[in-house]
Write a protein that binds this ligand. Structure first.
Ligand code: BDR
Ligand code: CA
Length: 315
């Protein structure tokens, strides 16, 4: 089983990712950490506990992390995820408490333990990367327990929060820049599962109608129905769930190794991931005084293969 940690701002599509990570027999979900993003941190924590309960995984420790981005105010997305962040579904909300251990301490301890056992973990950030930036700057030694980082965020093409920027990076650009820089310095491989593939793993309403008979399957169906309703379509992308699919089944993802920087200034481009696809032979050339981190950027995905993978795990 592949050990993984998810960092989430649950979120309808984070919920799709959590159900998959909690239920797939090939993954060993060691911890989930929460950060403010799609909704405020209190709702993110409740939603995360709620989804893990539906998946029958109350054993997974949930850490409470950063409520706010490093530098700028929070700008939540109730128009995409509902006021409570989980689509305001008719679904009982968890009354459990998260772990008393804060997110970066939980991450540190799970990662150091993994390093000691020589069993490194894949970290899957699906949200603004505030927790991960704080972790890697506070406890860089924890990187010894990281096999790789596969994050949902950014875009080589157009954005969603703005014409230029994707929501997770736009919410905390400084954190994303720190994570990319730290991963480069510490030698942690990074895959960017960005908007170029994010919308391409679609579960149709017809496929979702076959889900039922367990709390996990019922919730999975409701998530697809609600997301379809919000997008006005006959199906919905599992969004962040696709990044978890990419960890389970990397063959379904096409990537290109490219230098990536995060735009921290710019009037209309702050939070953009600048993906340099000019095809230079020296990927780390440094004309601006800041070396880019070379990242495996997702360029295409086998959507039907990943949709089937998700359906079979949450069913
Ligand atoms: C990302 O932003 C959030 O709204 C989603 O949960 C996803 O992580 C997509 O831009
Ligand atoms: Ca998310």
């Amino acid at each position: 089983m592949k050990p993984v940690i998810l960092d989430v701002d649950t979120g309808l599509d984070d919920a799709c990712a959590l159900l998959l990570a909690a239920r797939h027999p090939g993954l060993d979900l060691r911890a989930v950490t929460c950060v403010g993003g799609n909704v405020g941190l209190d709702d993110v924590v409740i939603n995360t506990l709620t989804v893990l309960e539906a998946a029958g995984r109350t054993d997974v420790p949930v850490g409470r992390g950063a409520a706010l981005p490093l530098l700028q105010p929070m700008r939540a997305a109730p128009h995409v995820h509902g006021v409570d962040g989980l689509g305001d579904l008719d679904w009982p909300r968890s009354t459990r408490s998260p772990s008393p251990t804060p997110a970066i301490e939980l991450l540190r301890s799970v990662l150091l333990d993994a390093a000691a056992k020589n069993d490194p973990v894949t970290l899957i950030p699906l949200a603004p990367m505030t927790n991960i930036a704080l972790l890697l700057r506070t406890y860089p030694e924890a990187a010894a327990g990281l096999r790789e980082i596969v994050f949902m965020g950014g875009a080589a093409g157009i954005g969603n929060a703005t014409a230029s920027a994707e929501f997770n990076i736009w919410t905390d650009p400084e954190a994303a820049a720190i994570v990319l820089a730290a991963a480069g310095e510490l030698g942690v491989p990074v895959t960017m599962y960005g908007l170029d593939v994010f919308y391409d793993v679609v579960v149709t309403l017809e496929q979702a109608s076959g889900l039922g008979g367990s709390a996990s399957a019922d919730l999975a169906r409701k998530l697809i129905e609600r997301r379809s309703e919000l997008y006005g379509a006959a199906g919905a992308s599992i969004g962040d769930g696709g990044a978890v699919c990419a960890v389970i089944d990397p063959e379904g993802l096409t990537t290109r190794r490219l230098p990536v920087r995060v735009e921290l200034a710019g009037s209309w481009s702050r939070g953009r991931t600048i993906v340099d696809s000019r095809g230079s032979s020296d990927l780390t050339s440094d004309p601006y005084g800041v070396s880019p981190t070379v990242v495996d950027v997702a360029t295409a995905v086998d959507g039907s293969r990943y949709a089937e993978l998700w359906l079979s795990a949450v069913r």
